[in-house]
Design a protein around this ligand. Structure first.
Ligand SMILES: C[S@@+](CC[C@H](N)C(=O)[O-])C[C@H]1O[C@@H](n2cnc3c(N)ncnc32)[C@H](O)[C@@H]1O
Length: 412
């Protein structure tokens, strides 16, 4: 059994890996390597902690613990009982285990499926404790003290390589804590942040019009970016109100509990984050008109307002109730950004309506947004053609399982 080369892995939606890689390096990682759906990185523990608290793009951050190779599913249990699990968790702590298959060739079918592999590893952990400590730890699907990820890939010397990681986060990092109501197809918060970074929105030069804002995700992420507010600020505030309730799983790991310096760093970062958030919100109050969130649906706007309030950005993001085709540039240069409906389950006659909406956007920009920019995010590639304008750039970003396009338009 050997230690893994990179110590950490940050996961993200497919398509934003390059941006995440840069973000992790900017936070101070020593080196980083891109893979589909994430970035491996090497960093001091303090930098990994910063990635958890400051990354706008990561979904989760993991720490590599062990890797080993096996010939067959049957060896898996035995190899896994070789790990000294006591060094990773306490028997009184609850744990959660997730297994994913990475890069596995199809013809190798000795591993039945990820659920079965998950069960084998869970048995190995439980049996290890029963054997060494006389009692067994409990599994908790929600709010576990310790969360492990096992990844099974193609091996080098043997057919399978198993990698065990700590999920340092618990809840995904994109769940910032401002999303109150459930709405139709909200974007993941880190995907919305990535869209703004991808099109290079520069708040000191451009106002933002989130013209079909739904629950307001793009607008809220834009405000956080514009004011350099760390995305964890709401979680940090919640934690500081009740430090007995641990909001991140890393707080339960020897990774933090046995490292006094890291604990000091953690306290300092929490303080810094609250100060940065306060300063950022005050700065945004002086920037009225910078971000407008608009939607045609009053229902969507109710949830957008709730989320904006929860994010402490009331009065900072202007909310308007209009058809996007009746919105216009706001004084200075404007970036019109829109995440229109994709129309996955269209009923009779609705396709024509959707076409009219996408074509209407192209026509509206041609007539009213000369000298400005537009960006359209959609999973419906046919509709993108209907816009009728040549995009300056197109980026492939995945929204869950849907391969989407983010099209940028320079309007002359
Ligand atoms: C896919 S949702 C946007 C989700 C949003 N990005 C979020 O994170 O919650 C599409 C939104 O477009 C709005 N919409 C549809 N047609 C519109 C129009 N003509 N003008 C303005 N908004 C429109 C819908 O009401 C809906 O809220």
């Amino acid at each position: 059994m050997k230690k893994y080369r990179f110590e950490y892995f940050a996961s993200c939606p497919v398509g934003i890996e390059e941006l995440l890689n840069q973000e992790i390096l900017d936070l101070g990682a020593k080196s980083a390597k891109i893979t589909r759906g994430g970035v491996y990185f090497e960093a001091f523990h303090e930098i990994a902690l910063k990635a958890i608290l400051y990354s706008r793009l990561a979904s989760r951050v993991f720490k590599f613990l062990y890797t080993f190779e096996v010939n067959h599913e049957k060896d898996y249990y035995l190899e896994a009982t070789d790990i000294k699990w006591k060094s990773l968790m306490d028997v009184n702590q609850t744990f959660r285990l997730t297994t994913i298959f990475g890069d596995l060739p199809r013809e190798r079918e000795e591993f039945r499926n990820s659920q079965f592999a998950n069960l084998k590893l869970k048995d190995a952990i439980v049996d290890w404790f029963r054997h060494h400590e006389g009692i067994r730890p409990s599994v908790a699907k929600e709010f576990p003290d310790v969360s492990f990820l096992a990844r099974i890939d193609r091996g080098q010397e043997k057919p399978y390589q198993v990698t065990i990681l700590y999920d340092l986060c618990g809840d995904p990092l994109n769940q910032r804590g401002y999303r109150m109501a459930k709405t139709e197809a909200p974007l993941k918060e880190n995907l919305a942040a990535a869209m703004l970074k991808t099109v290079g929105w520069n708040p000191s030069e451009e106002n933002l019009l989130d013209a079909m804002c739904g629950s307001g995700t793009i607008s809220i992420e834009a405000a956080l970016i514009a004011a350099n507010i760390p995305p964890s600020y709401l979680k940090v505030e919640r934690y500081l109100k009740n430090t007995n309730f641990k909001l991140w799983t890393f707080q339960n790991y020897p990774w933090l509990t046995k490292d006094e310096l890291l604990q000091e760093n953690f306290k300092t970062l929490l303080k810094e984050i609250m100060e940065q958030a306060e300063k950022g919100i005050a700065f945004l109050r002086s920037k009225k008109g910078l971000i407008v969130a608009n939607d045609i649906s009053e229902m969507s706007l109710i949830s957008a307002r709730e989320n904006i309030k929860k994010a402490k950005l009331e009065g900072v993001i202007e909310v308007t109730h209009k058809d996007a085709l009746e919105t216009f540039p706001q004084g200075k240069k404007t970036l019109f950004i829109a995440n229109p409906p994709y129309g996955e389950r269209l009923e009779y006659g609705e396709e024509e309506k959707l076409k009219a909406l996408y074509k209407g956007l192209g026509d509206h920009w041609k007539h009213h947004f000369k000298g400005h920019r537009a960006a359209l995010f959609t999973g419906n590639l046919e509709m993108l053609k209907v816009v009728g304008l040549k995009s300056a750039k197109r980026h492939i970003l995945h929204n869950g399982d849907i391969e989407c396009r983010l099209a940028e338009y320079s309007l002359y």
